[in-house]
Design a protein around this ligand. Structure first.
Ligand SMILES: Cc1ncc(C[n+]2csc(CCOP(=O)(O)OP(=O)(O)O)c2C)c(N)n1
Length: 640
């Protein structure tokens, strides 16, 4: 099946192939993507779209010394296939296997571990200058940036810098007209103009002959013709913006035609300044279903059935509802009742399940593109004007807007609501995507209210509370299926925890959706004869000092449980409050994410590894009680 691909142990092997073999190789690469990605959800359509571009880049440059950064890194699979990782490709996105993003620990061809969009141009430019400073000015440096990532502010910061520095630097714009959803924004129109232009690279001769007919005479005229040519060329091809920033704009060219790609990469290789090569690709190329529906096939579910010719007959759709579903449904209801409420997404309409809101509330739904910083400052403006903006951004991507959360929101005490999806371990995406840091980075700001639903019951009342609150609120929830703890649910009140059960041996204090896990752990321990209580903390800020400090005072063991880093997290908040109150903090034990980057794997596997499942929590309780038998006047029988 992979006759040629299996012989490619490094990009050097590509040079042994003739044109027909290279074409066959690209087919085999697509077959391999379909075969492996049919087994587990992974980035699919984006990878199918860059197969030829990837091969052409590796044929034109030598990335043992030249520099290549794929922006975001979700389209890195073809690159992995031809840089010595084909034999291990089956393991991608599984625990202990290949990562779904670039990973320097896997290969010298991956320079940065990335997963967030927009930084490739900056790091590639930095590599260029770093190479110059360390005696390697001959090295080429290339960033491949998608049209979805292009509008990120940081890309323009890099282009502004590159245009000024004037160094040899190649930015390949991979334009497939898609972010995850169809791309939005004014930049999209600019790029679309280039596509519609019949006078692009293939027809450049034609363009030249038209322009050479412009009637000027003498030297001045020649210069003027050059200027007119440059200006017209840029204008006609939609590349004026890039030319104005100091880039030579080349393109657009067909990104699935290997000889064309190789030709133009070779042509721009030795242009002395920065070049933007505009490459047109089709997201999902080679798999009809994926190119027709690139939104679903960005990260499709497992394939149920595949026919011949990479024909996907059906996808296995899951039936369980996730926290994301419950939040988007609740937001929809709230928007129906309250016209002040709007929703802002940073290119994650699909991931945040906002499609219904997008179609039914077009005037109150804003997709700002992959521009999280702008999204937050934009929301602050709306809130100042009296609206109720909900910033619906994954925990990990919201990190981009740290300064806007500080200055534009908290410092002004504006009622912006942050729904922080994918807070906690996100599973197979790994360390670039785990939502590990939002508890500390939100709780440090004055005015900020930080909440986490304990289970499904808490979601709607928390969102309603947030809309009524006169200041900034963050609500974090995980990438997980909904769970419920059957109980008489108490109403949400500012800074109030919910005591599920009081216990005299130990109290488990859950902040967020490990609450059901704590309830199960307590039940198990009770069967062993221990008296274990559980608190659904709900608020990390303000902290329910009355309830939580009482637990610290009365119980020999208080275990905080959170799906976020321990440094500066919920448990730290309880330690700080207890210390401030002069309480003995030796009985407080914190469970959460450790001070190292957690790898990729299934969320349940990772939680179990970190002792954040029922067995792990029970073990922590037993071990700690064992350490302090005197606190109970008797030794406890411990079984593991
Ligand atoms: C800062 C940030 N925000 C959001 C995302 C989620 N995300 C991953 S891929 C993607 C679309 C990228 O579009 P584009 O750059 O055009 O690449 P394509 O998939 O179309 O090849 C988005 C929004 C991200 N990775 N990083």
């Amino acid at each position: 099946m992979s006759e040629i691909l299996s012989t490619i142990n490094s990009p050097q092997d590509l040079h042994k192939l003739n044109d027909a073999q290279l074409t066959k190789l690209t087919q085999e690469m697509r077959d391999e993507l379909v075969r492996v990605l049919s087994m587990r959800p992974a980035h699919f359509a984006s990878n199918l779209g860059v197969v030829e571009l990837c091969v052409a880049l590796h044929l034109t440059f030598d990335f043992r010394k030249d520099r290549l950064i794929w922006d975001t890194g979700h389209q890195i699979y073809p690159h992995k296939l031809i840089t010595g990782r084909f034999k291990n490709f089956d393991s991608i996105r599984t625990k202990g296997g290949l990562m779904g993003y670039p990973n320097p620990a896997e290969s010298e061809y991956d320079l940065f571990m990335t997963g967030h969009a927009g930084c490739a141009a900056s790091t590639a430019l930095g590599l260029k200058l770093g190479d110059e400073l360390t005696g390697h000015p001959e090295r080429y440096s290339i960033a491949v940036v998608g049209d979805g990532a292009l509008p990120s502010g940081i890309v323009f910061e890099a282009m502004n810098n590159a245009g000024h520095l004037g160094r040899k630097f190649l930015m390949v714009l991979n334009d497939n007209q898609m972010s995850i959803c169809p791309r939005v924004g004014a930049m999209a129109t600019c790029l679309d103009r280039a596509r519609l232009n019949p006078l692009y690279v293939g027809g450049k001769k034609q363009l030249r002959s038209i322009l050479s007919k412009v009637p000027f005479v003498g030297d001045f005229a020649n210069q003027a013709v050059d200027h007119v040519r440059d200006g017209l060329k840029a204008l006609l091809t939609g590349g004026m913006l890039f030319e104005e920033l100091g880039f030579h704009y080349v393109g657009p060219i067909d990104g699935h035609d290997l000889p064309t790609l190789r030709h133009w990469l070779q042509q721009v290789k030795d242009v002395p300044g920065p070049v933007l090569l505009h490459v047109l690709t089709v997201k999902g190329q080679g798999v009809p279903q994926a190119s027709e529906d690139p939104v679903t096939y960005h990260t499709p579910p497992v394939f149920e059935k595949i026919g011949p010719e990479r024909n996907i007959i059906s996808l296995k759709r899951g039936g369980s509802k996730a926290y994301t579903d419950a939040v988007s449904t609740a937001l929809y209801e709230i928007m129906t009742e309250d016209k002040r409420v709007s929703v802002i997404t940073a290119a994650m309409c699909q991931g945040n399940k906002l499609e219904r809101i997008r179609s039914d509330f077009p005037d109150r739904f804003f997709d700002v593109g992959i521009c999280e910083s702008h999204g937050v400052a934009f929301a602050a403006g709306m809130a100042k004007a009296g609206a109720k903006p909900v910033v619906d951004i994954y925990s990990t991507f919201l990190q981009r807007s740290f300064d806007q959360i500080f200055q534009e929101v908290s410092l002004q005490n504006l009622p912006v609501i942050f729904t922080m999806d994918r807070a906690g371990l996100t599973g197979p995406d790994g360390p670039t995507h785990h939502g590990s840091y939002d508890i500390p980075y939100m709780r440090m700001f004055p005015h900020m209210v930080v909440m986490a639903p304990g289970d499904e019951h808490d979601i709607v009342p928390m969102l309603r509370f947030a809309v009524d609150h006169q200041g900034p609120v963050g609500i974090r929830y995980p990438k997980a299926n909904l769970e419920r703890v059957e109980r008489a649910v108490s109403p949400i009140e500012l800074g109030q925890a919910e005591v599920h059960e009081w216990g005299s041996d130990a109290m488990l204090v859950a902040f967020g959706t490990l609450f059901p896990v704590c309830v199960k752990a307590a039940e198990k321990l009770r069967q062993e004869g221990l008296d274990i209580g559980v608190i659904n903390a709900r608020f990390c800020k303000p902290l329910d000092k009355n309830t939580l400090l009482r637990a610290v005072e009365e119980c020999p063991l208080v275990i905080t449980v959170e799906e976020g880093v321990l440094e500066g997290g919920f448990g730290s908040a309880l330690l700080e409050a207890s210390n401030q109150a002069g309480l003995d903090t030796r009985g407080i034990v914190r469970l959460g994410l450790p001070d190292h980057f957690v790898e990729h794997g299934e969320r349940a596997e990772l939680l179990a590894d970190l002792g954040l499942d029922v067995a792990g929590i029970c073990k922590t309780v037993r071990t700690n009680l064992e350490k302090r038998p005197s606190a109970f006047g008797q030794s406890l029988a411990i079984e593991d």
